[in-house]
Design a protein around this ligand. Structure first.
Ligand code: ACO
Length: 435
């Protein structure tokens, strides 16, 4: 689908006395952009935008965020509605195929996910090759790329049928890989997928069941897992999604692109923040610091300490996902009868930060990671699996962006330019003549 939104309006840019007219693009929510693709050709100048703070890398119809108002929509539907009324599988369909599925479409999609949940048996041996303390994000990323070796047809990225099959395989099998990596890390036998269970119930069963005793799946926990995955399912051109699109632009396979997206998500400034939040809360608790002392350290620029789970490149208001998770944390902890002092600590920090001029002036609010870790902890999910949970949620978004870009007709490889600041032409000095 080509989503070009060119208007008849133009912008004039004047450089070194030369004036040029550039097209203006307006999105469906009235977001405006100047198309600068002809700038270098016309003037010899490029634009420089560290961290892509002001760069639109594509046009997309998947996800809309209004960071000033705190709005997030998938394919036009408010996140609050989806989190309350939908399931993760339905949201995955919505993101990837662009509309809510009808009954038959949803059934077919769910059945596909059920049928493709097993890994090739040879892949189960891979888990024994990793050290028992391997980070599960490293396992998830490498196993995702390894999956491509079992599906060599995925190299032909123009084959629609193959791609649709690979979409289903990735969505289904990454859940199995995640659960198997956890089981291996704690030395328990692998629990294979159970086709009678729903997507999220199956995941919980693979994570927490053991062969020696029955495991009862609590529907309320299934509901909260659905919600968590839905809330993480897409967030337009974030670091990992941009990575997926970058890899797609080179013509590499969908497995290679998703594996790279997982690697990008791992960092503590991105998906790794949910683990970092819990580590931060535990450290504050252990040090006996009160909110003010800790926030004082955060505000001291020399300390290099950030209030993890706070701030966002796009949201300059409440992250709507954080609002939903704050309530969900209260609900699930009280249902499970868990009294976690870290929840109180998080709430206290939030309250203090939201009235502190440092955070107010910079428009720093809690983001999705601030409360998610507390919920995962209450559900018995270990800390180094938190970012894996984020990845499982984000898979539909990555797949949708891969597919959108592949189908868009824009066949340009992502290849930014730079301003070179190194030495000018320098003579090669033989080693015996060097100082
Ligand atoms: N704690 C303290 N100060 C902060 C924080 C924070 N969490 N976030 C931003 N700031 C400050 C910066 O020091 C900077 O201050 P300055 O203007 O005095 O130099 C200002 O706010 C702007 O910050 P930037 O880093 O320029 O903002 P950017 O948009 O590049 O970064 C980011 C966004 C990476 C999310 C940042 O807010 C951060 O590091 N947050 C903590 C990590 C985190 O929670 N990441 C998860 C993000 S959401 C996600 O990926 C799902």
């Amino acid at each position: 689908m080509n989503t070009q939104a060119v208007t008849s309006q133009t912008a004039n840019i004047s450089v070194e006395g030369k004036s040029i007219e550039l097209p203006i693009i307006v999105g469906s929510e009235n977001e405006k952009a100047i198309d600068i693709s002809a700038l270098r050709q016309e003037t010899g100048y490029i634009t420089l935008d560290n961290g892509f703070m002001n760069t639109g890398s594509c046009q997309s119809s998947i996800c809309f965020i209004d960071g000033e108002q705190g709005i997030l929509r998938y394919r036009g539907i408010d996140i609050e509605d989806l989190a309350e009324k939908s399931t993760f599988v339905e949201v995955a369909y919505l993101l990837i195929y662009g509309k809510l599925p009808n009954k038959t479409e949803l059934e077919d999609f769910s059945q596909g996910l059920t049928r493709h949940s097993l890994l090739h048996e040879d892949m189960t041996h891979f888990f024994s090759g990793f050290p028992s303390n391997a980070h599960p994000m490293a396992i998830l990323s490498s196993m995702t790329c390894s999956l491509s070796t079992y599906y060599p047809g995925s190299q032909d990225t123009n084959d629609d049928e193959q791609m649709n099959l690979d979409v289903i395989r990735i969505l289904s099998k990454l859940r199995t890989i995640a659960a198997f990596s956890y089981k291996k890390s704690i030395g328990q036998p692998l629990i294979y997928p159970d086709n009678s269970l729903s997507y999220c119930a199956n995941f919980l069963n693979m994570m927490f069941a053991v062969p020696s005793e029955p495991y009862e799946i609590d529907p309320e926990i299934v509901k909260i897992i659905n919600q968590l995955l839905i809330l993480h399912a897409d967030h337009e051109q974030n670091c990992s999604t941009s990575t997926v699109r970058t890899v797609q632009s080179s013509g590499a396979s969908i497995y290679a692109a998703i594996s790279a997206g997982i690697a990008a998500l791992w960092g503590p400034l991105h998906g790794g923040a949910n683990q970092a939040v819990l580590e931060m809360l535990e450290n504050i608790q252990a040090s006996g610091d009160d909110y003010k002392t800790y926030l004082g350290k955060v505000k001291d620029k020399k300390s290099n300490i950030r209030l993890m789970g706070f701030g966002h490149r796009v949201y300059k208001n409440f992250d709507p996902r954080a609002k939903i998770l704050r309530q969900a944390a209260d609900k699930i902890l009280s249902k499970l009868g868990v009294k976690d002092p870290l929840l109180e600590l998080a709430k206290g920090l939030e309250e203090q930060a939201l009235t502190d001029p440092y955070f107010v002036d910079r428009k720093l609010y809690p983001n999705v990671d601030f409360y998610s870790g507390i919920i995962y902890k209450a559900l018995g999910i270990p800390m180094d699996m938190f970012t894996v949970m984020f990845a499982l949620g984000r898979i539909p978004g990555w797949l949708a962006h891969f597919k959108e870009q592949r189908d868009s007709g824009v066949k340009k490889i992502f290849r930014p330019r730079q301003i070179y600041t190194g030495p000018t032409q320098t003579t090669y000095v033989p080693i015996d003549k060097r100082a």
